[in-house]
Design a protein around this ligand. Structure first.
Ligand code: ADP
Ligand code: ADP
Length: 225
């Protein structure tokens, strides 16, 4: 069955409908690209699926949970343990080193410092940024920051990874490496990835593409992509 599924999602900002009756589902280990032009509702969909915002109508189910029926506190607890996030901007804590940034989600879930830092180091190695473990975000390149953000998203071994334009700020070679590392690591641990992008070359890393247009989703039939 599906790991995460949405039915009949509606969300408006004032008079502007951002989502207008959206269905969505994703299976464990599946990488789904959410495509569509700017302003079409992609980020709003991601935020509803992740329980960051509540839709005006419709339901989001995650495993046995109905996310849309949980309290804010219950949803944020579930996000910390089960979901990972990679966003384009502002995701690292500027006062913390790379190692501390990656260890942080484990610390928030109750891990001891030593154990959190041991696991964080493994992910920094895997993402090939171990050499900057003691630097702060202001002292590293954009590409290194993006890898550290991916390490931080995966360190808790989430069941679902939400990535919103994860390589938006990168040159293509680094972007390809980050996408490979992200999707390989996710598939290996049977995590689902919701990958929001407007770029076909990023969507090429997915198993399936959907297109959001004017707040509505349509699946792309194979062969028309
Ligand atoms: P995309 O991610 O595809 O660019 P968004 O989900 O960000 O699209 O936006 C969908 C629509 O909702 C757009 O018209 C956008 O201007 C509007 N919108 C998104 N977030 C907000 C917000 N916080 N306040 C007001 N309007 C918003
Ligand atoms: P990337 O392709 O990873 O974005 P860049 O070409 O931007 O890499 O940077 C190359 C090297 O320069 C990196 O190894 C990084 O250590 C260093 N560097 C880049 N930006 C900064 C910065 N703001 N402060 C310190 N070092 C930086």
């Amino acid at each position: 069955g599906s790991l995460l599924a949405a039915e009949g999602l509606h969300k408006s900002y004032g008079a502007t409908p951002a989502l207008d009756g959206v269905e969505f589902s994703i299976h464990p280990g599946e990488v789904v690209a959410v495509m569509g032009p700017s302003g079409s509702g992609k980020s709003t969909l991601l935020h509803c699926l992740a329980g960051i915002i509540s839709p005006d109508a419709g339901t989001v189910r995650y495993g046995p949970h109905t996310l849309t029926g949980l309290s804010d506190a219950q949803r944020s607890a579930l996000r910390r343990t089960d979901f990972g996030f990679v966003f384009q901007f502002g995701q690292l804590v500027p006062e913390l080193t790379a190692l501390e940034n990656v260890a942080l989600p484990l610390r928030l879930n109750g891990a001891k410092r030593k154990e959190a830092e041991r696991q964080a180091r493994e992910w920094l190695e895997r993402l090939e940024v171990e050499s900057v473990h003691d630097r702060r975000p202001g002292e590293i390149s954009g590409g290194q920051g993006q890898r550290i953000a991916v390490a931080r998203a995966l360190v808790t071994r989430p069941r679902v990874v939400f990535a919103d334009e994860p390589t938006g700020a990168l040159d293509s070679l680094n972007g390809e490496r980050v996408l490979n590392l992200l999707t390989d690591a996710a598939r290996e641990s049977n995590a689902a990835v919701v990958l929001v992008t407007h770029e076909a070359r990023v969507a090429a890393y997915s198993d399936r593409e959907i297109v959001v247009r004017d707040g509505k989703v349509k699946d792309m039939p194979a062969g028309l992509i």
